[in-house]
Design a binder for this molecule. Structure first.
Ligand SMILES: Cc1cc2nc3c(=O)[nH]c(=O)nc-3n(C[C@H](O)[C@H](O)[C@H](O)COP(=O)(O)OP(=O)(O)OC[C@H]3O[C@@H](n4cnc5c(N)ncnc54)[C@H](O)[C@@H]3O)c2cc1C
Length: 386
């Protein structure tokens, strides 16, 4: 039987970045993934500047997989278009298959053992043992620490009896050509849009060099409304209706519930750490991996260290307040969709605040900083309304 200090299940950004961080310290890591890499992952492919910076600080080659850097926003409120220019990089457009493959390669370069196309058969928490099959051959692996980085695969959360979710946001994407209308803007502008009659649903378009990704995001669990809004969004932008949107759930954390017990930790979506306001999750996947890596290293140096307690505590300290405010903004968007969208796009200060959230200059809960930042920037932006 093989033995590893750490076994990580799931090679999305959370799992592979954690594997990389631990690999850098010479810790023995096995990274297990059910799909064949590079694999398709349903995602809009927007890497916020704050997430890009984390990866860039480790590996400058990340710039080679960036399709586009977006500084400008085209906001559509019902039928009114508002063009904004942040004059700084906001979002880096990438394909998730490429980003995730890039991160896995970084881990493998640090001697992480990576096995894709495997099936987890059992997790035996009493014996610290995992059984998985690889090309029909059964393998048994012993671990000191198991990390769940399996994204929104709730079945594995049940396996380890850690289900820290309060709710699920619904996100849906469509990938295809820009179409005649958006082509005029696709070089520079990302779109954010609401349509009258669809409370609490935000539409968006993220441009890549060849294709675009359009999407809808809502924390309200209503696929019927999403389907209707898709039709209107596609009509508005004259997108190809033969290409069908795909749907996926994003788990949202309940901070009263633990994301670690004994020698098992959850990171990224498996821990419900995505942003409840925007659905952005890559940043939280990377950040939770950094925290997990630090805590695991402390534990491996001193086996008396209370790993699960400290990990839970540090994650809560880092994200609890931010996610609370994220839920509050989401609540406002659900109940005052038109007004809050107007504030974030057409109102100068609101737009500055939203941009600073995306870049990471300001966190949701830094209210004083929000006020100061807005006042400082108030004389320095260019908003054109059509
Ligand atoms: C439609 C949509 C659009 C989104 N757009 C954005 C965006 O533009 N920007 C952004 O920041 N976030 C976005 N998100 C959120 C983002 O995709 C997630 O938050 C992020 O992928 C979380 O990373 P992760 O590593 O925790 O999980 P994942 O990226 O989901 O990775 C989990 C991995 O675990 C593997 N796995 C699952 N089960 C098993 C198993 N049994 N055995 C082995 N492996 C397993 C999966 O195959 C996968 O590779 C979007 C989400 C959706 C649904």
């Amino acid at each position: 039987m093989n033995e590893y200090n750490i076994v990580i299940i799931g090679a999305g950004p959370a799992g592979s970045f954690l594997a990389y961080k631990l690999g850098c310290q010479g810790i023995s890591v096995l990274l297990l993934e059910k799909e064949n890499f590079p694999r398709y992952k349903i995602c809009a492919g927007g890497l916020a500047k704050k997430s890009y910076d984390i990866v860039f600080s480790e590996n400058k080659d990340i710039k080679k997989i960036v399709e586009k850097k977006v500084r400008k926003g085209l906001y559509v409120r019902n039928k009114k278009l508002t063009f904004t220019d942040a004059k700084k990089d906001l979002i880096y457009m990438i394909y998730r298959s490429e980003l995730d493959n890039f991160l896995v390669k970084m881990a493998v370069d640090k001697s992480v053992h990576f096995k894709d196309n495997i099936t987890i058969k059992n997790i035996n928490r009493n014996d610290n043992k995992i059984i998985y099959t690889d090309k029909n051959t059964e393998h048994k692996v012993n671990y000191d620490i198991l990390v769940g980085a399996w994204g929104s695969n709730k079945k594995l959360n049940r396996f380890v009896d850690l289900i820290p979710f309060e709710s699920y946001a619904v996100s849906s994407t469509w990938e295809g050509p820009a179409g005649p209308k958006y082509s005029k803007y696709s070089n520079e502008y990302a779109v954010c849009q609401i349509i009258k009659g669809y409370r609490g649903i935000a539409g968006y378009i993220f441009p890549k060099s060849e294709m675009i990704t359009a999407g809808l995001f809502t924390s309200l669990n209503s696929t019927t409304n999403l389907k209707k809004m898709w039709k209107e969004l596609m009509d508005f932008w004259k997108l190809d209706k033969n290409i069908k949107p795909r749907y996926a759930l994003i788990p949202i954390r309940d901070f009263k519930k633990p994301i670690a017990r004994n020698n098992i930790l959850l990171v990224g979506d498996a821990a419900g750490l995505a942003d409840p306001f925007t659905g952005e999750g890559i940043y939280y996947a990377l950040k939770s991996s950094i925290i997990a890596s630090n805590e695991i290293q402390k534990y491996l140096k001193n086996k008396e260290y209370d790993l699960s307690y400290e990990y839970n505590k540090n994650i809560n300290l880092s994200f609890n307040e931010i996610q609370k405010w994220g839920k509050f903004y989401e609540f406002l968007f659900q109940h005052l969709t038109n007004l809050s969208f107007w504030f974030g796009s057409e109102c100068f200060i609101g737009n500055e605040i939203i941009n600073s959230f995306v870049t990471g200059e300001i966190k949701y809960n830094e209210i004083l900083k929000i006020i100061k930042f807005s006042i400082d920037r108030i004389f320095n932006t260019d908003i054109k309304i059509e």
